[in-house]
Ligand binder design. Structure first.
Ligand code: BT5
Length: 265
């Protein structure tokens, strides 16, 4: 976020009921997810947001590094969902749908969602979501949903070469800077709206909207997880958030976690 950004400026004009009523902002942190978890442990109310201009140890799933230069939007929301464990996979869909819908509506970008936690533009990752949960028994004590959005920087100037061709930014796609505080508020508002629909009407309507952006469905993909790599046709994402893959022998296999890449033949 720009130098001079602060929590009050981010909150100005925010039209939410509970998300972002409390915003913490720092110029540099290790990781906003870690910060938000710490705030949650200390009793932060639901909807509290931790945001930073840069992260020194931003992370993705399985301890992967999330590169977080100045110019991006890096923030995490504290949630206290009165739901059972297993909900975190679904929060990822709520968050990616919020990002996809907002980027499409606000900037007209041709966005897609990629299972499980990516938002892409032109086949390249513009946003990654990391949902983490702390449970007590089977109940969720708190969850943190982290948003990493590449905004006002050029990928070839700000991200390592290994990510060129795989990552994109709003600046690269739009050819100009966008106002990050407007984007930030738009994402919080959309996230709150979809979370409420999720709590009220369940996961199915969220999933249905998410599928509209999920262009990998019906295509040949490779799914990789900690145990294996399998190729097949991505048939659907089911009500548990699991990916169903049709293998070449005609059988179907469900993946609860992993990474998807398109197979070009
Ligand atoms: C994710 O992980 O995509 C989740 C990223 C969540 C980041 C946010 S930022 C705010 C909050 N605080 C945190 O510490 N995290 C959250 P995963 O699916 O595991 O993808 C990680 C992979 O994405 C890396 O291994 C790289 O290949 C790639 N990557 C790293 N930085 C990137 C970037 N800025 N843009 C696009 N791809 C990136």
């Amino acid at each position: 976020m720009p130098i001079g950004m602060n929590a009050a400026r981010l909150q100005e004009g925010l039209r939410t009921r509970w998300v972002g009523k409390e915003i913490f902002y720092s110029r540099s942190v290790e990781s906003t997810n870690e910060w938000a978890k710490e705030l949650a442990r200390l009793g932060a109310r639901e909807g509290t947001v931790a945001a930073a201009a840069t992260q020194k140890k931003g992370h993705g799933r399985l301890g992967r590094t999330w590169v977080s230069p100045l110019g991006g939007l890096w923030f995490s929301i504290v949630l206290r969902p009165k739901l059972k464990a297993g909900v975190s996979a679904k929060l990822v869909f709520v968050a990616t749908l919020a990002v996809a819908e907002f980027l499409y509506e606000a900037y007209g970008l041709d966005v897609e969602t990629k299972w499980p936690n990516d938002v892409l533009v032109n086949g390249q990752k513009v946003c990654g979501i990391l949902a983490e949960m702390v449970t007590v028994g089977k109940a969720v004590d708190y969850a943190v949903v982290g948003f990493g959005v590449n905004v006002n920087f050029k990928v070839k100037e700000a991200l390592p070469q290994a990510l060129w061709g795989k990552a994109t930014s709003l600046e690269d796609e739009l050819g100009k800077h966008v106002q990050r505080d407007v984007l930030f508020r738009g994402l919080l508002e959309r996230f709150e709206f979809i979370s409420e629909s999720f709590l009220k009407d369940g996961f199915a309507p969220v999933l249905e909207r998410w599928r509209r952006y999920a262009r990998f469905l019906g295509k040949r993909v490779k799914v990789t997880n900690e145990h294996e790599a399998r190729s097949g046709v991505a048939v659907d994402v089911d009500v548990d958030g699991a990916l169903n893959l049709r293998l070449d022998d005609g059988t179907e296999k469900r993946f609860l976690s992993g990474d998807v890449s398109l197979v070009v033949r």
